[in-house]
Structure formats: structure tokens, C-alpha cells
Design a protein around this ligand. Sequence first.
Ligand code: PLP
Length: 394
Amino acid sequence: MSESMNPRTVAAANGIAAEDTFGAVTPPICLSSTFTWPGFGRKGPHDYTRTSNPTRTLLADTLAKLEGGAGAVVVSSGMAAIDLVLSQLSSDDIVIVPHDCYGGTHRLLLNRRDRGHFKVRFVDQNDQAALASALKEKPRLVLIETPSNPLMRIVDIRAIVAQARTVGAKVAVDNTFLSPALQRPIALGADFVIHSTTKYLNGHSDIVGGAVIAADPADVEALETWANIVGTTGAPFDSFLALRGIRTLFPRVECQQRNAQAVAEFLLSHPLVAACHYPGLPSHPGHAVAKAQQSGFGAMLSFELKGGEVEAGRFVEAVRLFCFAESLGGTESLVAHPATMTHAGMSDEARKAAGITSGLIRLSIGLEDAADLIADLDQALAAIDRSVRSKASA
Ligand code: PLP
């Protein structure tokens, strides 16, 4: 497949009909943990699956093409992917990270910082003064998460890359919430793209996986070497499923984001909803930047219920079509309560600083019919309304 192919074509067809023995159209899965050597001192293309494996290599090649990188390293989870990028830092290095990132990322950063592996600066990356002052410390890495989990805040990747370059810092973007179907950070100047392939890339909520795509071949090699040393490379079976999911990435995401726009507009106008965070809404503070750097607004959103934890608890127990579960990016719609689920590991103080309240609900919008999704949210909101009114009259 030529380098210039549209990512849509890469997703559907990379590696198709390339198998010689049987003429298989779908690339076969290769589960072997070890490979024969053609002769003494002569290795074949693969020797041991921790180091390299044909199925994982095809997934890495597909991801590198989709993101426009020099290469990709496929690992066992999104957290392993973030950790792989962080593994390149040493004890005196500073990493600038968003103050409102995914809770697991926050926990990883604190744990590695506390073990003296590097220094961390949590910064609101939309606060120009705070960012400029952190950059004065000459960080080695700036980690970006846009849109952020769960508040859907948008940061301008190009602008941050330009600022990071002036102090010699590299930039890594967690692109999990959008996938390369909607945002390609390397084209915007980033050095690394991080994915939890668990989410949109696999898209069917049946694997946990991760990947790092790097713009510079030397970085690809360094990351590949480290993933092999520590043994976090991804399993062939998970790679096979992720590749299978990627075949339908574009149509899935397009349908999901259409549904998300309809759901966001419904929530915005609902009297029990205090705020709806979806970059596709013109009222969203990051709408213009999202429009400029993304090719769609995605299918994740969050909203603030009037009330707090009690109302949030009633709501998540009242939905029928949405599943009350963590994770995102699958074909099915999910509802989560970040303060007690995905971001429960953050201290109350850190959650408060990030703006994650007890009334915040996060939705991952799936492929169901938009009207059915809205009807489900409507009846769950009505259930809160009824319970509030019956309390008031008691
Ligand atoms: N990055 C983001 C933005 C996430 O939302 C998640 C998980 O929800 C991760 C990374 C971690 O991915 P995984 O659960 O595959 O380790």
C-alpha cells in the first residue's frame, strides 16, 4: 500500500490479500511465541513474540500509516503506552502534563514522580501564563490530552508544539478520545501519539491494548527497544482484534459522532442539565480550535446535572439503554460517573482543581439510533425529576 493512501483506505485495506501461502484475503493471526532461525547466526524476520510478531507488526504498520508516523509500538494497554513514553525520561527531567487528564494517567504520573523517576508539573494548558512559566523550567516533554477526559477541554496542539520547540521539549498527544479518523497530531507537529487501542481503534469493548506512534525513526527504535526490555508489548490475539476493529473505524466514528451531536443538543436544552461539554456545540469554549485541528467533534461528551452525587446516582441507575460502565469508544453507549469511577483515584483536591464535580456524568455514544438514546436519557432525567419532586412534597 502506497504511503500516500488516504487514512480511510489504510484502515480498510492495509495488509489485505498480502498472504502468499493460501491467498488469504484477511491477514491471518500468528500466535506462535517463537520462530525458527534459518541457520546458525541467521535470524528470520521474527525470532520471539515479545520482541516482534507478524500480527502485531501489521497492526503497528497500520497505526503508523493512520497517524502519519515513522513507526508504532503496540503495547498491552493505554497505560503501558503512556508509561513507554515516560520511560524515556530521567530523574532530572520535567514533564508538563494537563491538570485534568485521565485519572489513570494522573495516578501513573504521581507514582513515578514519587519514586523519583522524573518531575511533574500539572498545568492548565489553556492558561497561557501558567504554561509559559512551566516552560521556563525547560521541560523535556509536554503531554497533551485533547479533548480531555472527562471535561472535553480542547487545547491547541500546534500552538503548544510551537512553544515547546522554543525550549527543546518534545510533545506527546493522547489521541484516544478521537482516533486518527478525527485528529492526526503528528501533522500538527507532535512527536508522539499515544492511544488506548481499547477504545475507538478496537471499537468493540473486547480487548485492552495501547500504542505509541512516533514521528522520528530514532524514537520508534528507542521505544521498541524499551517495550521489549520490559516486556510490555501487546499480545498477537489482541493485535488481531484491534486490526479487525480498525477496518470499520471511519464509518463507526462518523455514525457515533452524529449521534453525539444530537445527544449533546438535547442535553444542552434540558432544564435539569446545568452544562453540557461537547466540542461540537458552538457554545463550547474549545469549539473553534476543535474545528480547526480536528476533522470531527467525536462521540464523547460529559454534562453537569443540577444537584450532585445523589442525582447522579439516580440518573445512572435509571438509564436502560446506556450501560453503566467505565471505558469508551465501543459500539454500545456507556454512562460513567467520573468522580467515583474513572477519576476516583485522584485526590478530592486534584479533582476540584480539574473541575470534576460530583454531578458530572460522562457519556460514550455508540451506534444505536439517536432517537432511542435521547429517549433513554429523557426518561432517566424524568426519574430524577420525579424523585426530587416527591422529596419536596414529603
Ligand atoms: N488515555 C485515555 C484518554 C483514557 O481514557 C484511558 C482509559 O480510559 C487510557 C489512556 C488508558 O487506557 P487503558 O485502559 O487501555 O490502559
